[in-house]
Design a binder for this molecule. Structure first.
Ligand code: HEM
Length: 179
Protein backbone atom coordinates (compact mmCIF):
# COMPACT_ATOMS: atom_id res chain seq x y z
CA UNK A 1 0.00 0.00 0.00
CA UNK A 2 1.29 3.43 -0.98
CA UNK A 3 2.69 5.70 1.71
CA UNK A 4 0.31 8.53 0.82
CA UNK A 5 -2.56 6.36 2.09
CA UNK A 6 -0.78 6.11 5.47
CA UNK A 7 0.38 9.72 5.78
CA UNK A 8 -3.07 11.10 4.94
CA UNK A 9 -4.71 8.60 7.28
CA UNK A 10 -2.51 9.55 10.24
CA UNK A 11 -3.02 13.26 9.48
CA UNK A 12 -6.77 12.77 9.63
CA UNK A 13 -6.53 10.73 12.86
CA UNK A 14 -4.49 13.56 14.39
CA UNK A 15 -7.05 16.12 13.20
CA UNK A 16 -10.07 14.26 14.55
CA UNK A 17 -8.70 12.53 17.66
CA UNK A 18 -5.39 14.25 18.51
CA UNK A 19 -1.72 13.33 18.29
CA UNK A 20 -2.05 11.09 21.40
CA UNK A 21 -4.37 8.79 19.43
CA UNK A 22 -1.82 8.63 16.59
CA UNK A 23 0.89 7.58 19.06
CA UNK A 24 -1.45 5.11 20.75
CA UNK A 25 -2.51 3.22 17.62
CA UNK A 26 1.11 3.10 16.39
CA UNK A 27 2.20 1.66 19.77
CA UNK A 28 -0.64 -0.88 19.77
CA UNK A 29 0.30 -2.14 16.28
CA UNK A 30 3.25 -4.30 15.21
CA UNK A 31 4.72 -2.19 12.41
CA UNK A 32 7.87 -2.95 10.42
CA UNK A 33 7.88 0.74 9.51
CA UNK A 34 7.67 1.77 13.19
CA UNK A 35 4.88 4.09 12.06
CA UNK A 36 7.21 6.23 9.96
CA UNK A 37 5.82 6.70 6.44
CA UNK A 38 6.79 8.75 3.40
CA UNK A 39 4.18 9.57 0.74
CA UNK A 40 6.08 7.80 -2.07
CA UNK A 41 7.12 4.73 -0.06
CA UNK A 42 5.31 1.38 -0.13
CA UNK A 43 4.26 -0.48 3.01
CA UNK A 44 2.42 -3.64 3.92
CA UNK A 45 -1.36 -3.47 3.85
CA UNK A 46 -1.34 -5.38 7.17
CA UNK A 47 0.03 -2.20 8.78
CA UNK A 48 -3.03 -0.22 7.63
CA UNK A 49 -5.31 -2.98 8.85
CA UNK A 50 -3.75 -2.92 12.32
CA UNK A 51 -3.90 0.89 12.55
CA UNK A 52 -7.57 0.83 11.49
CA UNK A 53 -8.49 -1.98 13.88
CA UNK A 54 -6.77 -0.30 16.81
CA UNK A 55 -8.42 3.04 16.00
CA UNK A 56 -11.74 1.21 15.85
CA UNK A 57 -11.15 -0.42 19.27
CA UNK A 58 -10.16 2.90 20.87
CA UNK A 59 -13.01 4.94 19.39
CA UNK A 60 -15.84 2.40 19.16
CA UNK A 61 -16.31 3.34 15.50
CA UNK A 62 -16.47 0.41 13.05
CA UNK A 63 -13.60 0.00 10.58
CA UNK A 64 -16.15 0.39 7.74
CA UNK A 65 -17.28 3.77 9.09
CA UNK A 66 -13.65 4.83 9.61
CA UNK A 67 -12.82 3.87 6.01
CA UNK A 68 -15.88 5.74 4.73
CA UNK A 69 -14.86 8.98 6.46
CA UNK A 70 -11.23 8.48 5.51
CA UNK A 71 -12.15 8.04 1.82
CA UNK A 72 -14.09 11.32 1.87
CA UNK A 73 -10.93 13.04 3.08
CA UNK A 74 -8.76 11.12 0.58
CA UNK A 75 -10.91 12.33 -2.32
CA UNK A 76 -9.94 15.95 -1.57
CA UNK A 77 -6.30 14.83 -1.66
CA UNK A 78 -6.94 13.29 -5.09
CA UNK A 79 -8.64 16.49 -6.27
CA UNK A 80 -5.60 18.51 -5.25
CA UNK A 81 -2.98 16.03 -6.50
CA UNK A 82 -4.54 14.90 -9.79
CA UNK A 83 -6.72 17.77 -11.09
CA UNK A 84 -5.96 16.84 -14.72
CA UNK A 85 -7.21 13.29 -14.31
CA UNK A 86 -10.49 14.49 -12.78
CA UNK A 87 -10.92 17.21 -15.41
CA UNK A 88 -11.23 14.46 -18.05
CA UNK A 89 -14.72 13.82 -16.73
CA UNK A 90 -17.96 15.78 -16.91
CA UNK A 91 -20.20 13.25 -15.23
CA UNK A 92 -19.93 11.03 -12.10
CA UNK A 93 -21.28 7.86 -13.78
CA UNK A 94 -18.76 8.28 -16.61
CA UNK A 95 -15.96 8.75 -14.10
CA UNK A 96 -16.86 5.79 -11.89
CA UNK A 97 -17.30 3.44 -14.84
CA UNK A 98 -13.79 4.45 -16.01
CA UNK A 99 -11.88 3.63 -12.81
CA UNK A 100 -10.76 0.24 -14.06
CA UNK A 101 -9.86 1.13 -17.67
CA UNK A 102 -8.56 4.66 -17.21
CA UNK A 103 -8.13 6.16 -13.72
CA UNK A 104 -6.39 3.29 -12.00
CA UNK A 105 -4.44 2.53 -15.21
CA UNK A 106 -2.95 6.03 -14.90
CA UNK A 107 -2.32 5.42 -11.18
CA UNK A 108 -0.33 2.27 -12.08
CA UNK A 109 1.84 4.38 -14.43
CA UNK A 110 2.62 6.79 -11.59
CA UNK A 111 2.99 4.07 -8.92
CA UNK A 112 3.81 0.70 -10.56
CA UNK A 113 3.62 -1.02 -7.17
CA UNK A 114 0.13 0.31 -6.27
CA UNK A 115 -2.27 -2.37 -5.07
CA UNK A 116 -5.57 -1.58 -6.71
CA UNK A 117 -8.98 -3.25 -6.68
CA UNK A 118 -10.86 -4.52 -9.75
CA UNK A 119 -14.08 -2.74 -10.73
CA UNK A 120 -16.16 -4.63 -13.28
CA UNK A 121 -19.05 -2.71 -14.88
CA UNK A 122 -22.09 -5.01 -14.97
CA UNK A 123 -24.74 -2.51 -16.10
CA UNK A 124 -24.60 1.14 -17.07
CA UNK A 125 -27.18 3.72 -18.09
CA UNK A 126 -27.27 7.52 -18.06
CA UNK A 127 -28.36 7.64 -14.40
CA UNK A 128 -27.37 4.29 -12.97
CA UNK A 129 -24.40 1.98 -12.66
CA UNK A 130 -23.86 -1.50 -11.27
CA UNK A 131 -20.24 -2.41 -10.56
CA UNK A 132 -18.56 -5.42 -9.03
CA UNK A 133 -15.69 -4.63 -6.65
CA UNK A 134 -13.01 -7.26 -6.09
CA UNK A 135 -10.02 -6.88 -3.80
CA UNK A 136 -8.24 -9.01 -1.21
CA UNK A 137 -8.12 -5.83 0.90
CA UNK A 138 -11.93 -5.63 1.27
CA UNK A 139 -11.85 -1.81 1.28
CA UNK A 140 -15.38 -1.49 -0.13
CA UNK A 141 -16.27 1.32 2.28
CA UNK A 142 -13.25 3.24 1.08
CA UNK A 143 -14.76 2.84 -2.40
CA UNK A 144 -18.16 3.96 -1.11
CA UNK A 145 -16.69 7.15 0.36
CA UNK A 146 -14.86 7.92 -2.89
CA UNK A 147 -18.06 7.33 -4.86
CA UNK A 148 -20.09 9.67 -2.62
CA UNK A 149 -17.46 12.36 -3.12
CA UNK A 150 -17.33 11.76 -6.87
CA UNK A 151 -21.03 12.68 -7.09
CA UNK A 152 -20.47 15.70 -4.82
CA UNK A 153 -17.58 16.81 -7.06
CA UNK A 154 -20.06 17.11 -9.94
CA UNK A 155 -22.69 18.83 -7.73
CA UNK A 156 -24.77 15.71 -7.76
CA UNK A 157 -25.73 12.90 -5.37
CA UNK A 158 -26.71 9.24 -5.54
CA UNK A 159 -28.21 6.36 -3.62
CA UNK A 160 -25.56 3.64 -3.38
CA UNK A 161 -26.40 0.15 -2.14
CA UNK A 162 -23.71 -2.42 -1.28
CA UNK A 163 -24.43 -6.08 -1.74
CA UNK A 164 -21.79 -8.41 -0.32
CA UNK A 165 -21.13 -11.27 -2.70
CA UNK A 166 -18.54 -12.74 -0.33
CA UNK A 167 -19.12 -12.33 3.40
CA UNK A 168 -15.47 -11.28 3.98
CA UNK A 169 -16.07 -8.24 1.73
CA UNK A 170 -13.55 -9.21 -0.95
CA UNK A 171 -16.36 -9.19 -3.55
CA UNK A 172 -19.07 -6.54 -3.32
CA UNK A 173 -21.66 -5.31 -5.82
CA UNK A 174 -22.31 -1.53 -5.87
CA UNK A 175 -25.75 -0.52 -7.10
CA UNK A 176 -25.64 3.18 -7.87
CA UNK A 177 -28.65 5.35 -8.74
CA UNK A 178 -28.24 9.05 -9.36
CA UNK A 179 -30.77 11.20 -7.47
C1 HEM B 1 -6.84 2.77 -4.00
C2 HEM B 1 -5.59 6.53 -6.79
C3 HEM B 1 -10.21 7.28 -7.90
C4 HEM B 1 -11.42 3.24 -5.53
C5 HEM B 1 -6.12 3.78 -4.59
C6 HEM B 1 -4.72 4.07 -4.31
C7 HEM B 1 -4.38 5.13 -5.10
C8 HEM B 1 -5.54 5.49 -5.88
C9 HEM B 1 -3.00 5.81 -5.15
C10 HEM B 1 -3.82 3.34 -3.29
C11 HEM B 1 -3.08 2.19 -3.91
C12 HEM B 1 -2.06 1.59 -2.96
O1 HEM B 1 -2.01 1.98 -1.81
O2 HEM B 1 -1.24 0.75 -3.37
C13 HEM B 1 -6.74 7.05 -7.33
C14 HEM B 1 -6.80 8.29 -8.12
C15 HEM B 1 -8.11 8.50 -8.41
C16 HEM B 1 -8.86 7.40 -7.82
C17 HEM B 1 -5.60 9.15 -8.49
C18 HEM B 1 -8.77 9.63 -9.17
C19 HEM B 1 -8.17 10.69 -9.66
C20 HEM B 1 -10.94 6.28 -7.32
C21 HEM B 1 -12.38 6.25 -7.29
C22 HEM B 1 -12.74 5.12 -6.64
C23 HEM B 1 -11.50 4.42 -6.24
C24 HEM B 1 -13.33 7.31 -7.87
C25 HEM B 1 -14.16 4.77 -6.40
C26 HEM B 1 -14.64 3.66 -6.09
C27 HEM B 1 -10.29 2.78 -4.86
C28 HEM B 1 -10.31 1.76 -3.82
C29 HEM B 1 -8.97 1.64 -3.38
C30 HEM B 1 -8.19 2.59 -4.16
C31 HEM B 1 -11.52 1.02 -3.31
C32 HEM B 1 -8.44 0.75 -2.23
C33 HEM B 1 -7.64 -0.44 -2.66
C34 HEM B 1 -8.45 -1.72 -2.71
O3 HEM B 1 -9.68 -1.70 -2.45
O4 HEM B 1 -7.88 -2.77 -3.03
N1 HEM B 1 -6.58 4.65 -5.57
N2 HEM B 1 -7.99 6.54 -7.20
N3 HEM B 1 -10.44 5.16 -6.69
N4 HEM B 1 -9.01 3.25 -5.04
FE1 HEM B 1 -8.48 4.76 -6.28
Amino acid sequence: MKGIVFTEFLDLVEDKFGIEMVDKIIEQSKLNSDGVYTAIGTYKFSEMLQLLENLSKNTGISTDDLLLVYAEHFFTVLEESYPGLLATYKDPIEMLSSIEDHIHVEVKKIYPDAELPTFLVEEKSENSLIMLYKSSRAMHHFGLGLMNKTFEHFNSSAKIVLEKIKSDGTEVRFIINKN
